[in-house]
Design a protein around this ligand. Structure first.
Ligand code: NBP
Length: 467
């Protein structure tokens, strides 16, 4: 009998099956399309204990009880269909782990449905792409503790390792795992867009070549900005196109795709009333990038006049570095606040410091700065707003002049810095006691009798403004 079963043999599933097998587990595999299973076994499996099955019944029967079945298939209806297909063969206490990028609301619904049938269920976020799936991803499982305990040995062995332990933890109750993975992706969108804005600035203001940009990114990757996204960015800047011999980056169309997790983060932050403007604007930036033809037309209609400013290149690169750190800090800060609010509203019981720990290895947003953020969170576990910390105050103080310089010069050169500007505006708004929301309240009361509160006395007021 085999230890664990995996359904879905696209890139992630193949590699995660190999990963578990290489940690000593006997793994049963199944895929809807049998040719994919055959090809995988013939071409990728060597001496690993991986056993292919071509019917769901045989696949399920091959597993030790209580059975553990990991789904690595396209999120959405496919997951419901697959659960319906395997359910008739399962017994009380068996476990299904959905490790696709499912929406957390779907996970909550499935959890409820399966608990009525006495089947255990985990919604597990997985990050690290195909490389991580094979060599050790960051795993974010959520659901009941009983379900986690059943499979935790396998998950802990398969996860990436750092000096702080395996990048897997029991994230929390209900749909906590998929919620955290969703926000992870929201932060990922924001950091990718921040790096893109720095790249744009270096090209258009500092006239830097791809190689020069790559060199700076590589240098940054050796310091405070050390991160997976910085690392791949410097490699991208240097990569030569095999066909043309030029830099591949210059041949890639500037239209960014998305699969939805960034959008879900933005939608959820609006639903929960948590401000995450930098995460949201990273999604908007991808949407705008999609309008290539429209941008082409409009770029001819409007003046491209720039206000050329003389800048010291070396100083500006240092400002860009600090501005990027500022943006990354604000992105994490917004994401953590969102997770904390969801944890309160949905009773997830999430430990933010643990989340930062399991993001340290394997995942796409792994970064040096996570240790610093963790130090802040651990100062006061009850406080999810990083901006309260003295450490944050010093950090931000050191970056402010740089983010001012970058956003200011960006405007003179007509460079859209959607995430940079939003990070700065977030900071301005959140640290401002007096916002102009008083006039908004007055307008609302004027046209809709929506009432307002006063600063000089308690109560709810309405004014007949034109009387
Ligand atoms: P895909 O997201 O491209 O999904 C392909 C897999 O889903 C194949 O095994 C396919 O089977 C199966 N599938 C589909 Br499509 N519809 C199905 C259905 N109705 N019933 C059963 N199986 C069905 O694969 P992936 O990129 O390996 O990702 C797997 C999951 O992990 C996804 O949820 C994804 O969002 C998530 N994820 C991906 C990454 C990444 O870097 N790619 C990272 C983190 C998480 P078939 O062979 O029969 O078509």
């Amino acid at each position: 009998m085999n230890d664990v079963g995996l359904i879905g043999l696209a890139v992630m599933g193949q590699n995660f099956a190999l990963n578990m097998a290489r940690k000593g587990y006997r793994v049963s595999v199944y895929n809807r399309t049998p040719e994919r299973t055959k090809k995988f076994v013939e071409e990728k499996v060597r001496d690993e204990s991986i056993f292919p099955f071509y019917t769901i019944e045989e696949f399920v029967k091959s597993l030790k009880k209580p059975r553990k079945i990991i789904l690595m298939i396209k999120a959405g209806k496919a997951v419901d269909d697959m659960i319906a297909e395997i359910l008739p063969y399962l017994e009380l206490g068996d476990l299904i782990v959905d490790s696709g990028n499912s929406h957390f609301a779907d996970t909550a619904r499935r959890l409820e449905y399966l608990s009525q049938k006495n089947i255990l269920f985990l919604g597990m976020g997985i990050s690290g792409g195909e490389y991580g799936a094979l060599h050790g991803p960051s795993l974010m499982p959520g659901g009941t503790k009983e379900a986690y305990d059943l499979i935790k040995d396998i998950l802990l062995k398969a996860a990436a390792k750092t000096e702080d332990g395996p990048c897997c933890t029991y994230v929390g109750k209900g749909s906590a795992g998929h919620f955290v993975k969703m926000v992870h992706n929201g932060i990922e969108y924001a950091i990718m867009q921040l790096i893109a804005e720095v790249y744009d600035f270096m090209k258009k203001v500092l006239n830097m070549t791809n190689e020069q940009i790559g060199d700076v990114f590589e240098k940054w990757n050796k310091g405070e900005l050390n991160s997976y996204l910085m690392e791949i960015s410097y490699k991208i800047m240097r990569y030569k196109d095999k066909e043309t011999g030029g830099f591949l980056i210059d041949y890639i169309l500037d239209k960014a795709e998305q699969k939805g997790t960034g959008k879900w983060t933005a939608q959820t932050s609006l639903d929960l009333g948590v401000p995450t403007p930098t995460l949201n604007l990273a999604v908007e930036a991808r949407i705008i990038s999609h309008y290539k033809e429209e941008r082409k037309i409009l770029s001819k209609l409007y003046s491209k006049e720039k206000n050329i400013i003389s800048v010291n290149k070396e100083e500006m690169i240092e400002h860009l570095k600090k501005a990027l750190l500022f943006g990354v800090f604000m992105s994490f800060s917004q994401g953590l606040w969102l997770i904390d609010e969801a944890s309160k509203q949905y009773n997830y019981g999430i430990d933010l410091s643990e989340i930062l720990r399991i993001w340290k290895g394997g995942c796409i947003i792994r970064a040096e700065i996570l240790d610093f953020l963790r130090d802040i969170i651990r100062e006061n576990e009850e406080d999810a707003n990083l901006l309260h910390s003295d450490k944050a105050i010093d950090f931000i103080k050191d970056k402010l002049n740089s983010i001012y310089q970058v956003t200011e010069i960006g405007k003179n050169y007509r460079i859209p810095l959607m995430t940079m500007n939003s990070a700065l505006d977030y900071y301005f708004a959140l640290t401002e006691e007096n916002l102009p929301a008083n006039i908004i309240q007055a307008q609302r009361d004027f046209f809709g009798a929506h009432t307002y509160e006063r600063i000089d006395r308690e109560g709810i007021f309405h004014t007949e403004w034109e009387r």
